[in-house]
Ligand binder design. Structure first.
Ligand code: NI
Length: 386
């Protein structure tokens, strides 16, 4: 469909593979992406883009201005690696002990550099501008928020990003109109009772028994209080109390996570959790302190942006290679933060491999690089009216 774009991508692919191997070999944890950011900034500057570095940490923004004025599209990649020791004998395996690119962010960063290069060659056909956002600290859920606070989304009309997805074959993408990933909030519950000798429980207000009932009662929040067609998860994942077998303790601490696909459900849960926890504790002569921490919001794809991506991807990859995913994920992705500023969509890039994300043997396949570049570039050209 678009010969010059396809030619450029074919020409730059060997160099992109080298770049990906270099980033894979030199992984950096969240908030420590200085080396990756330097590489990204240098490549963007070499393409003649306007470059802003150290945005919201080690974030880098490159702006490509088209030949004519028009809308602004943001394309985003994440640059950080994970605290996992790589198990591999690849020639380009991690040289940073205990740190590896196990979530494919080396691939995401390289794909976006490739898209910048491919689109820079199409500048004459672009009305408006493409803003390339290379964010730090996705794994800690902090990077996107800080990039936005630093103005990354000011004046942006739409945003898109991709994430590596092992179960889909290379050459395919997955997308949804609507919910894509979940919110990830956390809670901390401190249950205060009164302690006593374990032989004289009637002299205590036992917070351990209250905590046990609270854990079970919280399971009714999703099953009895949330519409069954709305996905939600409430998991208590940490329980801590006690110092000795013969002492009823004073306090029990519970902590866990809440996941939802809609802001309405997300906002309804804290008040309901408070009522259940306080009611159960009162029945056991205990009382509770509850602290909520809002993390990443749910990622809900804008249907019109998602449809445009599906259309552009279908044209370059073949319609049969654009998969409408039947389910959203209960995992979280901080790309959701950008969508508070402009409509946008996240797509899944097929990797065709059995190794899951975050496994110590994970490696982003090189064959998926040009596929990602084709999809992002074709979508950008479509969105910017070329
Ligand atoms: Ni990831």
């Amino acid at each position: 469909m678009n010969n010059t774009l396809e030619e450029t991508i074919a020409r730059i692919t060997p160099e992109l593979i080298e770049t990906r191997h270099h980033i894979h070999q030199n992984p950096e944890l969240s908030d420590q992406e200085a080396g990756t950011a330097r590489l990204v900034a240098a490549r963007l500057a070499a393409l003649g883009l306007e470059v802003r570095a150290e945005v919201g940490g080690h974030g880098v923004i490159g702006t490509l201005r088209g030949a004519r004025p028009g809308r602004t599209l943001a394309l985003r990649a994440d640059m950080d690696a994970l605290p996992i020791g790589e198990e591999s004998d690849l020639p380009y395996r991690s040289q940073n002990v205990g740190v590896m690119h196990a979530c494919g962010h080396d691939g995401h960063t390289t794909v976006l550099l490739g898209a910048a290069q491919a689109l820079a060659a199409e500048r004459d056909r672009i009305a408006g501008s493409v803003r390339f956002l290379f964010q730090p600290s996705e794994e800690t859920g902090q990077g996107a928020r800080r990039m936005c606070a630093a103005g990354a989304m000011d004046g942006v009309d739409a945003a898109a990003a991709l994430h590596a997805w092992p179960p889909l074959p290379v050459g395919q993408i997955g997308i949804r109109m609507g919910a894509m990933t979940a919110s990830a909030d956390t809670f901390d519950i401190l249950i205060h009772g009164s302690g006593a000798h374990a032989a004289y429980p009637h002299l205590s207000a036992d917070p351990v028994v209250a905590a046990a009932q609270v854990i079970l009662a919280l399971q009714t929040l999703v099953s009895r209080e949330i519409d069954p067609v709305e996905p939600a998860v409430v998991s208590v994942t940490q329980v801590s109390a006690g110092t000795a077998p013969n002492v009823i303790p004073e306090t029990v601490r519970l902590a866990g996570t809440v996941r939802t696909h809609s802001n309405a459900v997300r906002e309804a849960i804290p008040e309901r959790m408070r009522r259940v926890v306080e009611g159960v504790c009162a029945a056991g002569r205990a009382h509770a302190e509850i602290h909520f921490r809002q993390g990443t919001p749910p990622l809900v794809n804008d249907p019109s942006v998602a449809a445009l991506i599906a259309d552009a991807a279908g044209e370059t990859l073949g319609r049969e290679n654009v998969i409408l995913l039947p389910h959203a994920s209960m995992g979280a992705e901080d790309f959701a933060e950008y969508l508070a500023y402009a409509p946008g969509a996240l797509l899944r890039l097929g990797l065709g491999q059995p190794t899951p994300l975050h496994a110590p043997t994970f490696d982003f396949p090189d064959a998926a690089l040009p596929v990602g570049v084709r999809v992002l570039s074709a979508f950008a050209l479509r969105f910017l009216g070329a």
